[in-house]
Design a protein around this ligand. Structure first.
Ligand code: HEM
Length: 121
């Protein structure tokens, strides 16, 4: 009889220790547990052949000064003063862009930054 009581107590103690150990290892149960940390240092880089795949007004990427720009929405919204911008789609348009004096102003610089999606490989 005594033996049975001792064994039962031992089993209860083992179960208690095991559950404390298992629950303790689960860590904090917050909703953000499985969301990976944001890494703002990752910069997308694209080759000129990646850019060449986006050579039309409705899907337009271009390289300017080593940056890759996706002005598709800018074009669709009619924000560029003319259609010349489409000539740069799918290319390294640095020369075409810098030739235009108006691009030296704040408006063009701000727009470039806004539509930047990465750097040229
Ligand atoms: C090869 C590509 C491009 C060409 C050939 C081009 C050509 C031009 C030309 C000729 C003008 C002057 C229009 C005028 O005098 O009324 C202009 C203005 C402008 N462009 Fe471009 N463009 C190009 C790409 C871009 C890109 C990628 C952006 C920005 C995302 C941009 C933003 C602007 C802005 C904001 C203006 C007006 C500047 C102002 O009035 O202050 N352009 N562009």
């Amino acid at each position: 009889m005594n033996k049975k009581i001792i064994i039962t107590i031992l089993v209860i103690i083992i179960i208690a220790i095991a559950s404390i150990f298992l629950l303790g290892n689960r860590g904090p149960l917050t909703k953000t547990d499985n969301i990976p940390a944001r890494n703002d240092t990752v910069i997308n880089s694209y080759s000129i052949s990646d850019i060449a795949l986006h050579d039309k007004a409705t899907d337009c990427w271009m390289a300017i000064d080593g940056k890759v720009i996706d002005p598709t929405v800018f074009i669709a919204a009619g924000l560029h003063p003319n259609d010349n911008i489409v000539d740069g789609c799918g290319k390294d348009a640095t020369a075409m862009f810098t030739q235009v004096d108006k691009h030296d102003g704040g408006k063009a610089k701000t727009a470039l930054k806004q539509y930047e999606i990465g750097v040229l490989k």
